[in-house]
Ligand binder design. Structure first.
Ligand code: FNR
Length: 189
């Protein structure tokens, strides 16, 4: 693989539609991108009391981010923001002070919701957070996916051709973006 991409799913739900979307994106991505999930489920709630002694699960989170060329966030919108579970993971990864795992790490955000605006406001919040974390973000295309029943099956197959085509383009553009960023900011980890 030319580039390694870690993806974070913002939902902890067993039937998560965003997990289905993540599966679909992996399948539709250019073949020289290699994907692995960066899990967030088992992280305790962060406090800076941990800064002097990070638990193993949080060390693994930071190492997993260091070990990839780019990060893809696939997240639901909860109450017009991102889920607390995802914010907690970002807080862990961003600390201790001076050891922020997202610095210079290219990222992209995407999400799906049954609602018509398809996580747009949640993504805007996430972009603000990633901006502060100094992650170079793919600005365009944006992807707000309204999830209708059956749009993506359990195997990650997208049943609507136009959506499949759009997501394929999104991932191809992400690959171009990663290449462009790494040309000026080589991976540190
Ligand atoms: C939601 N949902 C939701 N949807 C949306 O479009 N905007 C929102 O602000 C919210 N807020 C919200 C809060 C909470 C606490 C829950 C549980 C749900 C609905 C949400 O989009 C839906 O449950 C999706 O299925 C969530 O994605 P996952 O978890 O299935 O990937």
């Amino acid at each position: 693989a030319k580039y390694e991409v870690g993806y974070l799913v913002g939902s902890l739900a067993s039937q998560s539609i965003n997990r289905k979307l993540a599966l679909a994106l992996v399948k539709l991505a250019p073949p020289d991108l290699e994907f692995r999930e960066i899990p967030i489920r088992d992280l305790p709630l962060y406090s800076y009391d941990y800064d002097s002694n990070y638990p193993e699960v949080a060390r693994q989170l930071k190492q997993a981010i260091a070990n990839v060329d780019a990060v893809l966030f696939v997240t639901p919108e909860y109450n017009r923001s991102i889920p607390g579970s995802l914010k907690n993971a970002i807080d862990w990864a961003s600390r201790p002070y001076g050891q922020n795992a997202f610095t210079r790490k290219p990222s992209a955000v995407i999400g799906t919701s049954p609602g018509a605006i398809g996580t747009a406001i949640g993504q805007q919040h996430l972009r603000s957070i990633l901006g502060f974390c100094n992650s170079p973000q793919m600005n365009a295309p944006e992807a707000y996916i309204q999830f209708t029943p059956g749009l993506i099956d359990d195997d990650g197959e997208v049943t609507a051709d136009s959506t499949a085509e759009f997501l394929k383009t999104y991932m191809a553009d992400f690959r171009v973006f990663i290449e462009r960023v790494l040309t000026v900011l080589p991976r540190q980890g």
